[in-house]
Structure formats: structure tokens, C-alpha cells
Ligand binder design. Structure first.
Ligand SMILES: [Fe+2]
Length: 387
């Protein structure tokens, strides 16, 4: 995220000797993407960050798609998913392509190991529960409604607080960022953006662990999990600075745009990756023209698969969904308000909807696991009732 941040102690200049009290050197490490040209941070460790005692394979992670893809409108009730244990290993795959993958976790236990996703950035939407994301960069408290953005390679662990916990996980092959049109040439979010740097929460306290022994790190890479054993606690950083770190933004801090007549979903855009965008639909007053139709018109998002996660049970244009529902409107299929919802929206003053939309520009596959929670009747939910 392009806001400079610094925690702990760092030397007066980068790449100069930075000594501990006993005269030995701290170990400097650069963490960043795009080969020294993308966003990066410099970390100062007590122990050599490259030291590994051993590695062992755990398992493959190939996501399995439904056996036959019959293109249609889909609805999945994630409330029917069985709770797993781990926040990072027990995620149920739902929808995926090569650019973006969506899964859900309902963790009950903290992991005894640390985790590094080496193949994608993660946006973890906290649906329910409070937690602290611990990482080499410090502690980041998280609460319901937060998008927690964890760049690729950031070593972390979820510490669970008040539950139950439900996490919607959006994993991106490309770097997750704010839309370019929200930023000026200097990288600052402009006055026209629906949120500002002040809304971006950064790690706030750095706890340095000086412990040796055996510490397990589960690494995800190439759709496989391996366990590495480190000879020291990985959160041994005394200070860091830069632009590459985990951060949080609350959906409740998104300032929704309202027009005299209906504004299309791009005004709700929050993030983007390569091949997908994310939008936040938030409580807001409705359009203020007399006779304005607040509900959207029917539309075909060709070359776009639209996923909506409903973070409460209300959505201006939709019937039959519930808190935790996910709908998928794939490429080329017209969709829009169900019968009655357009008329209902005329003259209405406001909406309390809260939803996260992911639009993927290449077709999404539905996982085999998602079939168990599918509402097959959604397909026919636009049929007009018989007179
Ligand atoms: Fe749509």
C-alpha cells in the first residue's frame, strides 16, 4: 500500500551497519515485489532471516471444479459450510480462476504455526469475529467489516479474539491495490476517492521475539503446502520501514456515492488486482430525482463474472438471499432485480445493504465443495408469478 510507514528502530540510512547492544549486526532484509522496483519494506532482524533447519511436504492444494460447467445464475448459502479449525488451512474453496480465488473459513482455533502465502496477495474480509493479525511487521487488530490486505510473502498468524469467526478470503495472483483513478501522480488518494489514507489502518505495535528453538512455518507455493522449520521465532524484527506490509480498511469507512439517478457499480470500487475488481455496497440514501428507479436496470456483464457476498440480509435488488449468501452471475447472462424489486425501489429513501462484489474478467469455476450449499432454485427466481 503506498503509504510510507515505520515501526521500531531502523538505522539512520538504509544499508549501513546497524548494531545490537552487544556490537553484533542486525540482519537487514528487503521484502517487496517486482524485483526491487515494486513496493517494498526493509526489515531489521535479530536472527538471520534465511536460516532454515528443514522442510517437508504437507499436501497439494489443487482446487477441484464441479464436474460439469452448466452456465447459469448461481446462489450459494455459506451459512451451510461446516466450521473448520485453522484460519489458513481450513478454507473451503468456492469460486476460482487463474487470477482470483474465493474461499471461506470459519476458524475455531489458532494455528500453532506461522503462515506465508507465496503465490498470491490475500484480501481477508472479516465477516464475523475479532482478531489480531500478527506478522513480522507488527500487530494489526481486525474487526467485522475489515478488509485485511496481506501482500504475498508476508509471514503472519491469526490470533482469534471474540468469536465466532467467519472470513471471506479473496486470493489474488496480481498485487492488490486501490484503483489508479483514485490516486494522483504522486500516489496520494485524491479528494474524489471514496476513502482516504486516514482510513487505512497499519500495523500498530511491533513485538520483537528473541527466541531460538524450532518454529514451524507453513508455506503455500505452486498450489502446494510445505512446512519449513526455522531455528528462531520469525517475528524477531526490531524495526522496519517502507510501503509493503499488511493493512486494513473497513467497509464501514467507505464513503458511498449517490446520484440524482442511479450510479453504476464502478462508483463502489474499492480495490483491484490483475483481472478482477472489488466493490463495496454500503448503506446510503437512494437517488433523489422524483421517480428515480433506485434499483439497477437489468444488465449483461459480458467478459465479467459477478460475485456478490451479502454481508447482511438486505440487498436493494435481490430476493431470497440471506446473510452469508454468495451469488454468481456469469459472463453473458442478463441479471438484475427480481420481480417486484424495481417497483419497490421507487420512492424508497435509503438502503441498509452491505455487500462485497468481486467482478472477475475471466470465467470463474465453481468448486465441487460449493455444490453442497447451492440453492438450485435461484436460477428461476426472475420468473414472474402467475397472474
Ligand atoms: Fe450485476
Amino acid at each position: 500500500m503506498p503509504i510510507y510507514h515505520r515501526l521500531g528502530r531502523v538505522p539512520r540510512k538504509r544499508h549501513v551497519a546497524f548494531r545490537k547492544d552487544d556490537g553484533s549486526l542486525h540482519y537487514e532484509e528487503l521484502v517487496g515485489n517486482l524485483g526491487f522496483t515494486g513496493p517494498s519494506s526493509l526489515l531489521y532482524h535479530l536472527h538471520l532471516p534465511t536460516a532454515v533447519k528443514g522442510v517437508r511436504p504437507i499436501r497439494g492444494l489443487g482446487w477441484v471444479a464441479e464436474p460439469e460447467r452448466v452456465v447459469r445464475h448461481r446462489h450459494f448459502r455459506t451459512s451451510g459450510l461446516v466450521a473448520g479449525a485453522s484460519p489458513v488451512l481450513d478454507r473451503v474453496p468456492l469460486l476460482f480462476n487463474a487470477d482470483v480465488a474465493i474461499s471461506m473459513a470459519r476458524p475455531r482455533k489458532e494455528d500453532p504455526f506461522f503462515y506465508r502465502n507465496g503465490q498470491g496477495d490475500e484480501v481477508v474480509f472479516v465477516v464475523e469475529g475479532e482478531a489480531v493479525l500478527e506478522s513480522s511487521f507488527g500487530e494489526l487488530p481486525c474487526r467485522p467489516g475489515d478488509y485485511v490486505v496481506i501482500p504475498r510473502g508476508v509471514l503472519h498468524r491469526w490470533r482469534l479474539a471474540t468469536g465466532p469467526h467467519r472470513l471471506l478470503v479473496i486470493e489474488s495472483t496480481g498485487h492488490v491495490r486501490t484503483p489508479k483513478r483514485y490516486r494522483n501522480e504522486h500516489g496520494q488518494l485524491t479528494e474524489m476517492a471514496p476513502f482516504s489514507e486516514r482510513d487505512i489502518r497499519r500495523p500498530e505495535s511491533l513485538v520483537t521475539h528473541d527466541q531460538t528453538g524450532e518454529f514451524a512455518v507453513v508455506v503455500k507455493s505452486g498450489n502446494r503446502l510445505v512446512e519449513m522449520t526455522l531455528p528462531h521465532h520469525p517475528f524477531d524484527v526490531v524495526g522496519w520501514d517502507g510501503y509493503y506490509y499488511p493493512w486494513a480498511f473497513s467497509i464501514h469507512d467507505f464513503e458511498p456515492r449517490v446520484g440524482r439517478v442511479h450510479l453504476p457499480p464502478p462508483v463502489h470500487q474499492t480495490f483491484e488486482g490483475d483481472g478482477w475488481v472489488l466493490c463495496s455496497f454500503c448503506p446510503r440514501p437512494y437517488d433523489f430525482e422524483t421517480d428515480a428507479v433506485a434499483a439497477p436496470y437489468s444488465h449483461q456483464n459480458v467478459m465479467s463474472d459477478e460475485v456478490l457476498f451479502y454481508a447482511n440480509a438486505e440487498f436493494m435488488s435481490r430476493k431470497g438471499i440471506e446473510f452469508g449468501s454468495i451469488t454468481l452471475h456469469p459472463d453473458g447472462l442478463p441479471h438484475g432485480p427480481q420481480p417486484g424489486k424495481t417497483e419497490e425501489s421507487i420512492g424508497a429513501r435509503s438502503t441498509n445493504e452491505l455487500a462485497v462484489m468481486v467482478d472477475a474478467f475471466r470465467p470463474l469455476l465453481v468448486s465441487r465443495d460449493a455444490l453442497a450449499i447451492e440453492d438450485a432454485a435461484y436460477l428461476v427466481s426472475w420468473l414472474e408469478p402467475a397472474p
